[in-house]
Write a protein that binds this ligand. Structure first.
Ligand SMILES: [Fe+2]
Ligand SMILES: [Fe+2]
Length: 324
């Protein structure tokens, strides 16, 4: 009897796996109630929650400049941009929740230092020009990474990305425009713009992750159609997009070895310092501990808001029960 049940379960699972494979093959979307392999679910939870954490931690380096923005207009734009990032974090946490993890679990993983977020946000923002460099380079790299994710096989993730990408392109333009104004300003302003670009250029190149031959999880993510292009392919597209923009800005590209390879049709960068990338990833970047400490403190000091909201919801429910 039990053997029959096991056989039936195994047959059901085989059937579910075939349906899943057929959906992926046909470029259809996997939705929260569909069966999916455990590894697919785990990969998505990890990727989407890391992405959400990056949006939330990424608010800090720019929030650092809100009170010191050089004009009211710049302050309003920067505030809007930082608020957008908070919204991106929320869409993404919601998308991850559809896979069976709670928001509390994700927050706990982040503030306990057990979750990863993009290591780019562990760098310093010492000047106003860093706001330009972050918008242009960091949001620019994010767009190259994220536009293909709009077609990710998991429905809630792909749909969240559509909205996020629209806002990211505004972010990139505002960064470019900050740099353009500085680059066309006094010699000191132009130097400030160049210095900030020099600081952010290589970390933004590293945002695409390790080279293809050193990226063990990429092949499976591509087979599942979560990821559509390889790290090196996306990196090449990004630098290719930057080349004419460097010219328009009148700034120099810090990569003196950058070249276009006719044969592969790709831009080839100079040597990338992967030791630095690993060090920042391992928590030894200039701002890792401060970013986490700040996030933890913000979470703790927001406890009363969460408690008040929960109490308000409880009272509303009670009222509705009495009225019924
Ligand atoms: Fe964002
Ligand atoms: Fe952004």
């Amino acid at each position: 009897m039990s053997t029959t049940t096991t056989d039936a379960t195994a047959a059901d699972e085989l059937d579910a796996q075939q349906q899943f494979d057929a959906l992926i093959d046909a470029d259809q979307r996997i939705e929260p109630r569909d069966w999916m392999p455990d590894a697919y679910r785990r990969t998505l939870i990890r990727q989407i929650s890391q992405h959400a954490h990056s949006e939330i931690i990424g608010m800090q380096p720019e929030a650092n400049w809100i009170t010191r923005a050089p004009s009211l207009k710049r302050k309003a734009i920067l505030m809007a941009k930082v608020q957008d990032e908070a919204g991106h974090g929320l869409y993404l946490y919601s998308a991850a929740q559809t896979l069976g993890i709670t928001r509390d679990e994700m927050t706990e993983q982040l503030i306990a230092g057990r979750a990863r977020y993009s290591s780019i946000f562990n760098y310093l923002t010492p000047t106003w020009a860093d706001m330009g460099a972050i918008g242009w380079l960091v949001d620019g790299a994010a767009i190259c990474n994220q536009v293909p994710l709009c077609r990710a096989s998991y429905g809630p993730y792909g749909r969240a990305m559509v909205r996020i990408c629209k806002e990211e392109s505004f972010h990139q333009r505002q960064g470019f425009e900050i740099l353009l104004e500085l680059a066309q300003g006094t010699p000191a302003q132009k130097r400030m713009a160049q210095d900030a670009v020099n600081r952010w250029y290589w970390p933004s190149i590293m945002m695409f992750g390790p080279p293809d031959d050193d990226s063990p999880n990429s092949a499976q993510s591509m087979a599942w159609k979560i990821k559509r292009f390889s790290n090196d392919e996306l990196r090449s597209r990004f630098v290719g997009m930057l080349v004419p923009q460097f010219e328009a800005l009148g700034l120099e590209c810090p990569d003196k070895d950058l070249r276009f390879d006719e044969e592969s049709g790709r831009w080839i960068t100079g040597p990338i310092d992967w030791d630095e990338f690993q060090a920042v990833l391992d928590g030894r970047g200039p701002m890792n501990s401060q970013r986490l400490r700040h996030r933890r403190e913000a979470h703790e000091s927001g406890a009363w808001v969460r408690e008040a909201a929960a109490e308000y919801a409880r009272k509303q429910q009670e009222k509705a029960r009495f009225a019924a």
